[in-house]
Design a binder for this molecule. Sequence first.
Ligand SMILES: C[S@@+](CC[C@H](N)C(=O)[O-])C[C@H]1O[C@@H](n2cnc3c(N)ncnc32)[C@H](O)[C@@H]1O
Length: 286
Amino acid sequence: MMSQEMNRILNGIVDISDEEFNSIAGLVRSRFGINLTEKKKALVRGRLNKVLKQQGFSSFKRYYDTVMEDETGSGLLVLVDKISTNHTFFFREKEHFNLLEEVILPEAVNRHGIRDHHDIRIWCAGCSSGEEAFTLAMVVRRFFGGHVSWKRPSILATDISCSSLEKAVEGTYVYERIKTVPEPYIKRYFHRVGIDRYQAKESLKSMIAFRRLNFMEDTFPFKGKFHIVFCRNVMIYFDNETKVDLVRKFHRYMHPEGYLFIGHSETLGRDTGMFDYIKPALYKKI
Ligand SMILES: C[S@@+](CC[C@H](N)C(=O)[O-])C[C@H]1O[C@@H](n2cnc3c(N)ncnc32)[C@H](O)[C@@H]1O
């Protein structure tokens, strides 16, 4: 608990003391695994000032105390929504999707006896506003062909951020955001819903189940194991302990010889004892 209330407001911006920052950073680390170093102080102050203003707080201490006292947990949800970095785009790190189509999916068909897209289970962990999950859905659809039925989604896409998940469920993007999608995919899987807006067709949406999930929970409510996990550009925000813990969970919820994709600027190390290193950003469950 912060001992002293700091109440400095300059040009309408509430300042944050070291003590206030440390309390908020500690809370965010313990509940969400996100590691806010001292360098992130200005960012935290900037992102949370809007919330303080909207909710009528004149200091970070009062805001923090209120979040801590809120038994509904909704204050925490708003906090993580503002703090988490949700940057993403379609076909990000494109080589992963080529590899998926050319090597990993054919291998899954042979090894796991998968016949169509209903049989494959992919977890898009840390899906943000849906671009990565929709990219996966397009690649999987194209690979398996055939008709989509409502039998079972192939992809579980999860995130902690409610506002990102709302965008993902709506599946509507301005042209600026879908311009990294090859034209044939846009034609096939999106329809225009405004001058400049495109929405994923129901046939694509039905392949994905979007759910809220916090990686920090001890167990996850999954019905089965996954053949493929994408968790890219997420663990980069975590400290090492949280990262190792999460990798252990991925291992627990994957089929043997399942593939784990991480971001190209991330690494698991080569001796996890749980995954074999295949190539940068790609690992295979032992
Ligand atoms: C930078 S985005 C990555 C999006 C996508 N995977 C990509 O590579 O384009 C990181 C995502 O991780 C989510 N995240 C951060 N901490 C989380 C946690 N504890 N549980 C679940 N999701 C979390 C954030 O909300 C954010 O949407």
